[in-house]
Design a protein. Structure first.
Length: 152
């Protein structure tokens, strides 16, 4: 079981890390800093933990609903999760080296602009998802449940 308070706390932490990384990564010299990669690794872990919590606790009741719109909303969020995981995996494969201690664009920075653009897009997609959860998914689940404090 997870509370809405915990889900919101996870969302807040992910938002803070997204904003921090989006700013830090604009400074090319900081991208080679091992601490930056640690923050990024923590960010990816937090996003994955949050998506797992949402998967485990929110969709089952929505999918059991006889209301087609509610059922479709759950399926849409589930499909979105699959897409976000695909984007994150592709990003890590392309931009993170095997050791996880630095980003994997070439030393003279030729790929840096593409790295920065891909980073901004990924952060934007994740932040958009958080907003949709907060404004759409959580209120929908709350409407279907008697207990307003716990998701499941």
């Amino acid at each position: 079981m997870i509370s809405y308070e915990e889900l919101h706390a996870q969302n807040h932490k992910i938002t803070e890390l997204s904003n921090l990384l989006a700013h830090v990564l604009t400074e090319r010299t900081l991208c080679d800093n091992g601490e930056c990669c640690l923050i990024f690794s923590n960010y990816m872990k937090e996003v994955n933990l949050h998506m797992e919590a949402v998967d485990r606790n929110l969709y089952s009741e929505l999918l059991l609903s006889e209301d087609v719109n509610i059922n479709n909303t759950a399926k849409s969020f589930m499909n979105g999760t699959v897409e976000i995981r695909r984007i994150m995996k592709q990003y890590v494969s392309k931009w993170c080296n095997k050791t996880g201690k630095r980003f994997a664009f070439d030393k003279n920075g030729k790929n840096y602009e593409q790295f920065l653009e891909d980073s901004k897009q990924m952060f934007s997609i994740i932040l958009d998802r958080i907003q949709k959860e907060t404004e759409g998914l959580y209120p929908l689940v709350r409407r279907l449940q008697d207990d307003q404090r716990r998701v499941a």
